[in-house]
Design a binder for this molecule. Structure first.
Ligand code: B12
Length: 233
């Protein structure tokens, strides 16, 4: 099967919520494609399109659930390969990242990609899962000696919990203890800046870049007034 027909079939499998075919195509891609990065991008674009159609009332929740299951089935197959490709570096330790999807939000696909890429790039990643209440994120960061707290939010209604983590850190006098990086579909660079996050990335590859940039800083600057994003050189 050629690459582009694989992509067309992958798009179709996710759109129609066909997890079996999504798994088969994932297997095929892992066996034959040079890299899984592009197919993951293709799949991510399709699932966002599903979200747009859901938002526009063109399809219903059960269809979005099935599409998400097909996307997840595909990700399950390609994730080990993604890890291998990105380096799967267990020898370097670039520091610990505690990551989770914020309170009230159960979207995990993008957060999982970010966690996989960071871990492959040499970070020790502690994944707290989804629906993580602010204090839990802070406690876990403390307990694991983390340098970073990564917060994913996919809904406008859950984005305020990213801010809540930062506010809590401030109230606890712990703001300078961790770099807070944020992301997720509706989270913009401006929003990240507004809430006083240290880093924002539109995708997982850039998430690794910003963590690398921050860890390579000569000293730990005061946290609040800094923001590192994919848009800076
Ligand atoms: C898949 C999906 C689901 C799946 C989730 C499955 C799962 N295990 O994740 C299911 C079907 C369960 C679901 C449920 C719901 N969903 Co939904 N869902 C989506 C959908 C279609 C795709 C999300 C996704 O996986 N994208 C693909 C990944 C790869 O992209 P990503 O998440 O953006 O991540 C990338 C970057 O953002 C970045 N990134 C992500 N996190 C982080 C973190 C850090 C630190 C950094 C640096 C970067 C970063 O890197 C990632 C990789 O490149 C979106 C549509 C959309 N446009 O986002 C709607 C969407 C988010 N859902 C929506 C809604 C409304 C819901 C429900 C409330 C529906 C309902 N009525 O029950 C529930 C939510 C329940 C809850 N409490 O959370 C709305 C949110 C609207 C809003 N208010 O903002 C959306 C936008 C759809 C829409 N247009 O209406 N959903």
């Amino acid at each position: 099967m050629g690459e582009s027909s694989d992509y067309a079939n992958l798009q179709e499998a996710i759109l129609t919520g066909d997890a079996t075919t999504a798994t088969e195509i994932g297997d095929e891609i892992v066996a034959n494609a040079e890299s899984v990065l592009k197919p993951i991008d293709v799949a991510a674009a399709v699932i966002r399109e599903v979200g747009n159609r859901f938002g526009a009332g063109e399809l219903y929740l059960p269809e979005m659930v099935l599409a998400a299951e097909a996307m997840q089935a595909f990700m399950d197959v390609v994730t080990p390969q993604l890890k291998a490709e990105a380096g799967d570096s267990t020898l370097i330790n670039r520091g610990t990242v505690v990551i989770g999807t914020v309170q009230g939000d159960i979207h995990s696909i993008g957060k999982n990609i970010v966690a996989t890429m960071l871990s492959a790039a040499g970070y020790n990643v502690v994944d707290l899962g989804v629906n993580v209440v602010p204090m839990e994120a802070i406690k876990a960061a403390e307990a694991n000696g983390a340098s970073f707290i990564g917060l994913s939010a996919l809904m406008t209604t859950s984005m305020p919990y990213q801010k809540e983590v930062i506010s809590l850190l401030e109230a606890l006098n712990q703001r300078d203890d961790f770099w807070v990086i944020v992301g997720g579909g509706p989270v913009t660079r401006d929003y990240a800046q507004d809430i006083g996050a240290n880093g924002w990335a539109p995708d997982a590859a850039v998430a690794v870049q910003i963590c690398d940039r921050i860890t390579s800083l000569p000293s730990t600057p005061s946290a609040n007034d800094l923001i590192y994003t994919g848009e800076q050189s």
